[in-house]
Design a protein around this ligand. Structure first.
Ligand code: OOB
Length: 550
């Protein structure tokens, strides 16, 4: 086998030896890896259907466990032949199509590391993921939701010093076609991977200029997948509808696609997130479970009242990614006829679930409790001192599937983690007497736009590049549908640009659409705090007052 031209991933994962030993002893970390995962599942579940969904040709494909494993094995052989090697990073940006599952498992089989981009990302984000991870390849679909990813790939290649090989599912034009890579036989020269090595890189919602990358290991992630499947009652009868972007941590592993495949159930990929499409699939496939962000859950509740579809197979509706109000959560059982499960998680690790047999009061008014008895959860004040029982404070966490540091970010890690290795989640929570978490707010400089996370600093940096922007502060503003939207307060230099010009400017810099400010407010100067920093809380208050005035 030829060796890769790309440097190996040099970072260690940062778990101290004593903790790693404890997690192994407790049986959380095992030798299981994603490299063998699918093969082992195929041996057990054989001809059961693993995944059904749209494919890159615009048709629909259904694959059994055996077929999916065979396809992933053959694609792994082709990827190797095309110059992708074990240890290489590969940026994957695919919508909810069956090729997504095939590609991810082909990369695992090969021992290459997926870097999970979202379909909404654009040139700015993708170029950064490719260059920062020194990616050997970038895998996209031809077109999706009216957007041509080959045009994006051209931009990424032309701005890159070490362009990745572009591989396209569907019509590849000048790029490598995924269809041409499936070899005639599955890969045979597998270099076995270590269960405690990094399996892939996830993206953080982020609070800084660029998303931080999250290195998850086979052992830590598989532990969370197995336990999530158990807690959520996933088994071979589960039919999971995947509505959210498949590469997000929630539909990927909480218990998501991986949890369902672990248990021998069926993953059904929804081509779009509309209730009409989802309800038709629930009826046709006998869907038992789905995971949504709050705005989509509200859309389902609204649509349920007038649908003629039979939704009676639905047993569990998971809602997470942003706070789901108790008022909305209460409506799920009477209006959709299923159990609501709140999920409060983060790509960095910690995931909390309400348990399916919890009393209704817990289901609707808490965000659940941690997966593991060894998830350490601290609620502290601004000086890292634990608050009184039941009081709210900053959530810090450490545990068997929570990272100890972001990928190649030593400076950021020194503030994002405590000296003892606790991750500072940036969330404000309180703990109930029974150990459930209630999310009360957020201390991090981030806007949660219906589950999509926007780092204020990233948008601010782009606005500051405009010649007539002297200073800027991006804050959240309340929104009845998304929970929050973004508002940019701008101090101008000279003639005032229009809101539209500034939005267009940000868009033109290749930023994902969900990061473009929803509103721009022009101000003379910013309110400041005692130490002279811009007071974002005061800006938010001023904004709420403006919005409340008719
Ligand atoms: C999930 O992961 P991320 O990495 O996109 O975002 C994590 C952040 C949390 O720190 C918190 O601020 C917010 O999203 N969040 C919630 C929440 N779930 C996530 N805030 C309030 N209530 C909730 N239920 O969003 C994620 C990852 C795995 C499973 C579920 C969600």
């Amino acid at each position: 086998m030829t060796t890769s031209l790309r440097a190996p991933l040099s970072d260690t994962t940062g778990y101290p030896a004593s903790f790693a030993e404890r997690y192994r002893q407790a049986g959380y970390w095992t030798d299981e890896t994603f490299q063998q995962f699918l093969g082992a599942r195929a041996a057990e579940f054989e001809d059961a259907v693993a995944v059904v969904g749209p494919d890159a040709t615009g048709g629909e494909t259904s694959l059994t466990y055996r077929q999916l494993t065979d396809r992933a094995g053959r694609l792994a052989a082709g990827l190797l032949e095309s110059g992708i090697h074990p240890g290489d990073r590969v940026v994957v940006q695919l919508p909810n199509i069956v090729e997504y599952v095939e590609v991810v498992f082909a990369l695992f089989r090969l021992g290459a590391l997926p870097v999970f981009a979202l379909p909404a990302h654009r040139e700015h984000e993708v170029s950064y993921f490719c260059s920062f991870t020194d990616a050997a390849a970038y895998i996209v679909t031809d077109r999706h939701a009216g957007f041509d990813y080959r045009a994006l790939a051209r931009q990424v290649v032309s701005s890159s010093e070490k362009p990745p090989t572009v591989i396209v599912a569907g019509d590849a034009q000048e790029f490598v076609a995924l269809d041409d890579l499936r070899g005639s036989a599955p890969i045979t020269v597998e270099a076995p991977v270590d269960a405690e090595s990094v399996a892939f890189l996830q993206l953080s919602g982020g609070t800084t200029g660029v998303s931080k990358l999250i290195p998850r290991t086979h052992a830590d992630y598989l532990y969370s997948v197995r336990e999530s499947a158990r807690i959520c009652g996933v088994d071979e009868h589960t039919r999971m509808l995947v509505v959210l972007p498949a590469a997000h941590n929630f539909p990927m592993s909480s218990p998501g696609i991986l949890g369902v495949l672990h248990a021998g159930g069926r993953v059904v990929l929804a081509p779009d997130p509309s209730p009409d499409t989802a309800f038709a699939l629930i009826e046709r496939e006998g869907i038992t479970m789905a995971s949504l962000v709050p705005p989509l859950a509200l859309a389902w509740l609204a649509a349920a009242a007038r649908t003629e579809r039979d939704l009676s197979s639905l047993e569990v509706l998971q809602v997470g990614g942003a706070k789901f109000s108790a008022e909305a959560a209460k409506r799920v059982r009477p209006e959709l006829g299923c159990t609501v499960q709140q999920v409060f998680g983060m790509a960095e690790g910690l995931v909390n679930y309400t348990r399916l047999d919890d009393p209704e009061s817990i289901l609707v008014s808490t965000q659940g409790r941690p997966i593991s008895p060894d998830d350490e959860v601290l609620v502290v004040d601004d000086h890292d001192v634990p608050v009184a029982a039941g009081a709210s404070g900053h959530l810090l966490t450490r545990g068997p599937y929570t990272i100890r540091g972001y990928y190649r970010a030593p400076e950021h890690n020194s503030t994002a983690f405590t000296e003892d290795g606790f991750y500072r989640t940036g969330d404000i929570v309180r703990l109930t007497d029974d150990g459930y978490l209630v999310v009360e707010g957020r201390a991090k400089d981030q806007i949660n736009r219906g589950g999509e996370k926007v780092a204020a600093e990233e948008v601010e940096n782009h606005l500051l590049a405009h010649p007539r922007v002297a200073d800027v502060a991006v804050v959240s503003m309340p929104d009845p549908y998304l929970g929050e939207r973004t508002c940019a307060f701008v101090v101008v230099l000279g003639e005032q640009p229009t809101q539209g010009e500034l939005k267009k400017f940000v868009r033109g810099r290749g930023l994902a659409e969900y990061k473009v400010p929803d509103k721009v407010m022009f101000v003379e100067h910013f309110p400041v705090t005692g130490v002279g920093k811009i007071s974002k809380s005061e800006l938010r208050r001023a904004l709420e007052k403006t919005l409340a005035t008719p």
